[in-house]
Design a protein around this ligand. Structure first.
Ligand code: ZN
Length: 282
């Protein structure tokens, strides 16, 4: 459709694994359907065979993501950017399986975020990724996770970058947004990935479920769109495929939500990440 030309289409959160998954084929699928920009989040370190003992051990996962982003950018009309961090589920792996106490886990994970922030500081990464478990954990593990997330907010404030969060399902994360504010990071620069259509506090990155997208459009508040494509051959069908954001964008336009689409792919990415999705096209 001619009115799609020159319109950016951003998937705000996905993973790419050229070694084991579809890698650049997934990027090509996204681009063929009209997708133009990607935020590529590093896979959890242990999925890459890294059992971190030292913050520097996260570098391998980060470097892999930078390589993937460079290759993806070559294939897109726009470009890709890396989002680097430490998956909050690591805390359970460390405490339950590897004999760390919660304080030691906190220290390692915060250290990993500090390494990720170095990449932001030198311009190689766009944003940080943190959060807390989406499942029940012991109080000490929950407290350690919140401390790690608050460290991510401090680093976001220090380096003037957004922080993507993985959290429990929730429509009210105002307390978390207030922690960001306390750390000096504007709450709208905190992004809840895997969000439903409605969220108080951070900016929601809405999964491309049609009902959730309609809810987000009706709310009239800023939102982003994502698939959380995991690119894992062991989990086929676990998530949405890479074509989903461009397909939903087309559908939303047909449903009369062109203005919300522009918000999710131009204005809100600018406001949250400081990226220019129009100026980086072509
Ligand atoms: Zn993800």
């Amino acid at each position: 459709m001619s009115d799609d030309i020159g319109q950016p289409v951003l998937d705000d959160h996905l993973h790419l694994d050229p070694e084991r998954g579809r890698g650049m084929d997934a990027v090509d699928d996204f681009a063929r359907l009209g997708g133009t920009h990607l935020l590529v989040v590093n896979k959890p370190s242990w999925h890459l065979g890294v059992e971190a003992d030292d913050p520097d051990d996260f570098r391998a996962a980060f470097e892999t993501t930078l390589d993937v982003v460079a290759d993806a950018s070559d294939r897109l009309e726009g470009r890709a950017w890396p989002v680097l961090g430490v998956h909050p589920g690591l805390v359970s792996r460390l405490v339950d399986d590897r004999g760390f106490d919660p304080a030691e886990a906190r220290e390692l994970m915060a250290g990993g975020l500090e390494v990720a922030a170095e990449y932001v500081a030198d311009g190689r990464a766009l944003a940080l990724k943190s959060g807390r478990p989406h499942y029940e954990v012991a109080d000490a593990v929950w407290d350690a996770s919140n401390a790690v997330m608050r460290r991510a907010f401090e680093l976001g404030a220090d380096h003037d970058c957004a922080v993507q969060l993985h959290t429990e399902a929730s429509e009210d994360l105002r307390e978390v947004a207030a922690w960001a504010d306390d750390a000096g990071l504007e709450p709208h620069r905190v992004v809840k990935h895997y969000a439903a259509g409605r969220l108080a506090g951070p900016t929601p990155s809405v999964m491309c479920d049609k009902d959730d997208l309609l809810t987000a459009c009706a709310a009239g508040e800023p939102f982003l769109m994502e698939t959380d494509f995991v690119d894992d051959p062991d989990r086929p069908g676990a998530v949405m495929g890479p074509k989903t954001v461009p397909r939903r964008v087309r559908w939303l336009r047909e449903e009369g939500h062109a203005e919300a689409v522009r918000g999710a792919h131009v204005d809100t990415p600018e406001r949250v990440y400081g990226i220019d999705t129009v100026g980086t096209l072509g």
